[in-house]
Design a protein. Structure first.
Length: 211
C-alpha cells in the first residue's frame, strides 16, 4: 500500500464533531463572540476565526479518512450536518445520537493571555484528548505555555460540552488568544490557521490511535 493511501486511511473509523460555537444559534443570530482589534485598525471576530480554523481542521481530518460532522456556513439558514443548530445542549445531544468518538467545541480566547487552552470536564475521557492536543500545541514557540483546563459542569465553559455523554471525549478548544499580539502576528497571518488546524488534528489523531 502506498504512503498516500495509508495516510488517507489513517483515521478511518473515527467519528468526530467539529462545532463552531457562538455561531448558528437562531436565538442569538448576531452572536460572534469576542471582537479583536489588530494593529492596523482592522477587526476580526471570535466566530470568524473559529470558523476558519474549524474548516481547515475538517479538511485535515476528512483527508485522513475520518467521518466529520460540522456546521454548514453556506446554507441559506446555516445548520449543522445532522441538524445541529440552536443551543449547545441540542448539539451535544446530536453528537450522542451520531455516536461520535470526539466532540470539539471551537472558540477563541480573549483577555490578553498568550497560550492555548483545551478544556474538558474533570474525570471525563476529554481530559486525555485535551492532553494529547496540548502536547502538539506546546511545540509552537507562541503556544509553549498551552495547558489543559479541567472543568466542573457548572463552570462557565461547562455549558459548551456537558451534554456530551460521559463515554465520549468532549473538549472546548481555546487554542489561541485573538488579542495576543504574537498570536495575531504569527497564527492569524496567512496560512497560520491551517497550520494550527494541523496541530489540533495531529493531537486528535494521536489520541485516537493510542486507543
Amino acid at each position: 500500500m502506498t504512503l498516500p493511501r495509508i495516510l488517507a486511511l489513517r483515521l478511518t473509523g473515527l467519528r468526530v464533531a467539529v462545532d463552531v460555537q457562538h455561531l448558528f444559534r437562531p436565538s442569538k443570530p448576531k452572536d460572534q463572540g469576542a471582537v479583536f482589534t489588530f494593529p492596523d485598525g482592522t477587526h476580526r471576530t471570535e466566530g470568524s476565526i473559529a470558523l476558519a480554523y474549524a474548516q481547515e481542521l475538517v479538511s485535515w481530518l476528512g483527508a485522513r479518512g475520518a467521518t466529520v460532522f460540522t456546521n454548514d456556513p453556506v446554507a441559506p439558514d446555516p445548520v449543522m450536518v445532522g441538524e445541529w443548530s440552536g443551543p449547545y445542549s441540542s448539539r451535544n445531544a446530536e453528537a450522542n445520537k451520531l455516536q461520535v468518538h470526539a466532540y470539539l467545541a471551537c472558540h477563541v480566547n480573549a483577555g490578553r493571555g498568550c497560550y492555548g487552552a483545551v478544556e474538558a470536564l474533570n474525570g471525563s475521557p476529554g481530559v486525555a484528548l485535551a492532553a494529547a492536543i496540548v502536547r502538539r500545541l506546546v511545540t509552537w514557540p507562541e503556544l509553549r505555555l498551552s495547558r489543559v483546563v479541567r472543568l466542573n459542569p457548572s463552570d462557565r465553559g461547562g455549558v459548551c460540552i456537558r451534554g456530551v455523554e460521559s463515554g465520549r471525549a468532549a473538549v472546548l478548544l481555546e487554542p489561541l488568544f485573538g488579542d495576543c499580539t504574537a498570536h495575531q502576528a504569527i497564527i492569524l497571518r496567512h496560512g497560520g490557521l491551517a497550520d494550527l488546524a494541523g496541530a489540533l488534528g495531529e493531537g486528535l489523531a494521536a489520541w485516537y490511535e493510542s486507543r
